[in-house]
Design a binder for this molecule. Sequence first.
Ligand code: SAM
Ligand code: GLN
Length: 285
Amino acid sequence: MKTWRVIDLIEWTAKYFERHEIPTPRLDAELLLGYILQKSRLQLYLHFEMPVFHEGLSQFRTLIKKRAARMPVSYLTNHKEFLSLDFYVNQHVLIPRPETEVLVETVLQQQQGQCRFVDIGTGSGAIAISLAYHRPDWEAVATDVGTEILEVAQKNAAAHNCADRLTFLQGDLFDPLGELSNPRFDWIASNPPYVSTEEAATLSPDVRKHEPEIALFAGSDGLSIIRRIVADAPKFLNLHGKLILEIGYNQSPAVQDLIKSHPSYTDYQVIKDYSGIERIIVAGV
Ligand code: SAM
Ligand code: GLN
């Protein structure tokens, strides 16, 4: 019987993924094998000649089949790095995206001193937890629609030692804030669902087949949730408070119009992501 070494498995799997049109075949092969063997990619390179035996092989085979069916690597390994922090993820939550790091960095740059914020649609908790992690004197509320989603966020909050400063509430957008003694915040942050139903066919199969629909889609123009957030946010902001939103690649003009036509907003600012796309809007009251 053939003995499979680390290098053989990586090379075989990379070719197999290539035939299945996986965008980053070798990287994914290394990440999945590293996950099974509990080794970093560097450690794998240092152990290229190491044989992999029965149990490891069969676990690896299962993951390879799922990846070929376009299950994202992060769901297979239950892990995604966001702003250098390790987040647990499963199929109840969106895998945090690099664009969203720009949102977090913007709040960190613009807010001096103490602050209380809310993250609407927290998912894995990426926004709320990375802000709380970097600013130990900040407090926050984080909301989402489902218990399984909030369980993921709470697990991540505990892992990053900020569970005591975060309150997780379940419900539709601002509804759960009604139960708080103080429902006003210095910042409202959200990366809401903003993909239009028409765009579904243009999403990569990884996203379309495996990420939660409720995290992605927002009606025929992708603005159904953003419209409600822009309309209601001022009621939950302190004087000089700010709303910060992540938006779709082509939504900047429409969202600017929503803000300009709402009497409570006094100013706004548009910020580009790493690809030069207008991705983040900050609006002040
Ligand atoms: N904040 C996370 C991030 O940036 O990675 C997740 C963002 S994901 C694009 C949108 C999140 O909003 C999902 O977790 C989804 O469950 C939640 N969501 C969708 N509709 C909602 C609603 N009506 N009220 C509250 N949360 C909602
Ligand atoms: N940026 C996500 C994508 O690539 C969409 C996330 C969202 O709707 N907020 O599909």
